[in-house]
Write a protein that binds this ligand. Structure first.
Ligand code: ADP
Length: 155
């Protein structure tokens, strides 16, 4: 393997790959649902991160396993505390679009030390305000699965 050639099968496959090619369906929770219900959703949907949406259905935050565990071990009332109070909030959310490369997505996951990115489309409201519509999620698992399938094809 010559890592400098930039012309290997792996390099070519990766540079062309787009988020829309490997993304998963979105899993979202309303800001108003309880920490308890968010935990239940993580189990039933088998995900580690939820996109959180406002009353209009637009992205307002992201909540991870540890965000929820923090409340559980600090004695917060998981039945009363809404995820909106414990999530990481916009505009501090790292996202990708369906046409972004998976390489860009992977770099964002590493740079920001996170496990998942909401895949979004920008929706401009009549008053000019921009809102993000959640159309999928891209996780480390998607990338690992692609990597394994690529190897399966070549071996
Ligand atoms: P965990 O906290 O379960 O280890 P992550 O490493 O993905 O999961 O999350 C670390 C922190 O970063 C959490 O506080 C979470 O809310 C936040 N976070 C996760 N994903 C994103 C994202 N796409 N954009 C901004 N913040 C995020």
């Amino acid at each position: 393997y010559n890592g400098r050639s930039g012309n290997t099968l792996v390099a070519r496959a990766i540079s062309k790959l787009r988020v829309k090619d490997i993304k998963s369906l979105p899993v979202v929770a309303r800001e108003t649902v309880s920490v308890y219900d968010a935990v239940v959703t993580m189990f039933t949907e088998d995900v580690g991160t939820l996109s959180v949406v406002d009353g209009d259905g637009y992205l307002s935050g992201v909540v991870s396993r540890k965000d929820l565990l923090k409340i559980a071990i600090s004695g917060g009332d998981v039945h009363k505390m809404p995820v909106g109070m414990v999530m990481t909030r916009m505009p501090n959310i790292i996202t990708v679009t369906p046409d972004d490369t998976v390489y860009l997505a992977a770099k964002r996951l590493i740079t920001h030390q996170i496990d998942a990115l909401p895949v979004v489309r920008t929706f401009v409201q009549p008053n000019g305000q921009e809102r993000l519509e959640v159309v999928g999620r891209l996780t480390k698992t998607n990338i690992t699965r692609f990597f394994v399938e690529l190897a399966n094809d070549e071996l």
